[in-house]
Design a protein around this ligand. Sequence first.
Ligand SMILES: [Zn+2]
Length: 173
Amino acid sequence: MAIRDILIWPNPILATKAEPVVTIDEDLKRVALDMVETMYAARGIGLAANQIGITKRLVVIDLNSEEDEEHDPALGPHIFINPVITAREGSVLWEEGCLSVPGEVGDVERSANITLCYNDLNGDEITVDASELMAVCIQHELDHLNGVVFPERMHDRSRAREIRLAMKSFKSS
Ligand SMILES: [Zn+2]
């Protein structure tokens, strides 16, 4: 596995709509495992393939905190291929951050409960219900696949502009 560079918003690849995954081959599995490793190295809880420059519909999520010795498999790591939200209910305001928007957070309105369909690495089709942080994180990552980054969803437009300006002066180390 390898740690990949994470693109910083507003990189144009982050505004690109990702293409469906057609074949789940060794290359795709390697990318997925690299994404998990990259997410852990950056201390994030989710990563979309766009964020490492690959415009395919592939997302990884792990809500386990790094201090936990035993990972709860319900919290991750999850690898979602061609994820689609098939049902939504309620709404929730959540303070979000993003590995592509380092050091910044903002409130975003999301659906409170969702149903997600996706393929796993075996190509099996899976349907799960999610709520709270898992639902928010899935919606955040699926936005990436559609070329949307969280400041673009913020109701506070002046704060979103401040974040965009802060990113212009951000230099990746
Ligand atoms: Zn993000």
